[in-house]
Ligand binder design. Structure first.
Ligand SMILES: NC(=O)c1ccc[n+]([C@@H]2O[C@H](COP(=O)([O-])OP(=O)(O)OC[C@H]3O[C@@H](n4cnc5c(N)ncnc54)[C@H](O)[C@@H]3O)[C@@H](O)[C@H]2O)c1
Ligand SMILES: NC(=O)c1ccc[n+]([C@@H]2O[C@H](COP(=O)([O-])OP(=O)(O)OC[C@H]3O[C@@H](n4cnc5c(N)ncnc54)[C@H](O)[C@@H]3O)[C@@H](O)[C@H]2O)c1
Lengths: 205, 205
């Protein structure tokens, strides 16, 4: 089984490659890419060797080619119809974020339990009642659901989504969800982002 | 230099320990904690050995003790006064998130350039004009700034924050910021969270 850290590093390599390509760079050495991602070059070569052999020894990698390979490995070379549950502040910020479409994450539905929100639009989608969660897997091939609801509602909504046939859950609510092992769950806690900064500021002392 | 991946795993170990403590568990083995964090037990022991010797061989770790040690290593055993720039959808979601206070991140100021927002309140703070960024390091010991502004404004705001004396930046804007090496910068891209899920769903195929 590939560890969390390996997947995390692959997502980082992809962002760094996309940055280099934006600046017009066509090839990159493992040393340069590893340094940009904050890891050792040996770690980067080990990570990539799990999935095949890329690049030519001594000449580095073709940046576009390697980015395409990593997208394929991460599964974002194809589109993932996604349903957003919770159209509050966080839901608004997520629905409006262009970074998702760049990585083939497409919101096909936005659901909320607040009658005042139902029928209004968000990022071009009409906010619908929670019950529509059952319809999206059949209607739009909805595979992934995002939970941007309060902690008190998250487990119930997750249970509903699993029964409705969603395969993946991205959870933002501050609660430990219990889901069957077959469901791919990823919980976000943005305070972890701060800890990268506080660690750096603390070790300098 | 400690790699990005090591710091990331430490943040994960801390969340898993907090989860176990919430459920009333007092001790944990390296095997159990590693499995919960999605890494190998050898990796966990190696990570912790960088920072000292914790736990007793064969008897595992005291969960509260280890969590306190990791908080100290990550620097979140003390408070970090933080200024939020951008009171849009994302800013509202961040200011209202209780997970930050649990890890000693305290918003002391919320700034925005939109006159219609200035003077209104968000999470108990009055939204002030961007120029106040200069005052917070002296007035409230502001050390970290969060950028929840559009990509077009992010570099300018970052430059201002660096000149005003902030040590750390958490950037949400989809743009590669250029900052001097002495500044601790962490950029968030939530599409990375999706890639953990799409990877898991793709490898099953
Ligand atoms: N993980 C993180 O880093 C992070 C950061 C910010 C916010 N959050 C969390 O994200 C969640 C949303 O935050 P927010 O600021 O947008 O809150 P919010 O109150 O603005 O929005 C919550 C939305 O969920 C809707 N809702 C409530 N119960 C529902 C249900 N059963 N079904 C469908 N919709 C329902 C509400 O009507 C509302 O529109 C909260 O749990 C918050 O703690 C997490
Ligand atoms: N990284 C991620 O995963 C992620 C996710 C969601 C949103 N975003 C990004 O976060 C940012 C904010 O998103 P949002 O949905 O809250 O947008 P928004 O338009 O709702 O909010 C932006 C706010 O910034 C303010 N602003 C603009 N220029 C400013 C300046 N020079 N100084 C101070 N304030 C300024 C605006 O007045 C507004 O209140 C965007 O760049 C968006 O792309 C990132």
């Amino acid at each position: 089984k590939i560890s969390y850290s390996t997947v995390r590093r692959l997502t980082l390599y992809l962002r760094e490659l996309e940055g280099l390509l934006e600046e017009g760079q066509k090839t990159v050495s493992s040393r340069e890419l590893a340094a940009a991602a904050g890891v050792k070059a040996t770690q980067l070569r080990k990570d990539l060797s799990f999935f095949g052999s890329f690049g030519v020894r001594g000449r580095g990698y073709d940046a576009e080619d390697l980015a395409d390979n990593i997208r394929r490995i991460l599964g974002v070379n194809k589109e993932w119809p996604t349903v957003l549950v919770g159209a509050g502040s966080l839901g608004h910020a997520l629905a409006g974020y262009k970074g998702f479409a760049l990585h083939n994450i497409r919101f096909v539905g936005v659901l909320d339990s607040d009658p005042a929100k139902i029928g209004t639009t968000l990022a071009g989608l009409t906010i619908e009642p929670l019950e529509r969660i059952w319809d999206y897997p059949k209607e739009k091939g909805g595979k992934i659901v995002v939970l941007a609801v309060p902690a008190s509602a998250a487990q119930d909504v997750a249970d509903m989504a699993i029964r409705a046939g969603y395969d993946g859950i991205i959870n933002f609510a501050p609660v430990r969800l219990r889901v069957p092992p077959v469901v791919a769950l990823y919980s976000v806690d943005l305070s972890m982002a701060f800890e990268h900064v506080t660690f750096e500021l603390s070790t300098e002392n």
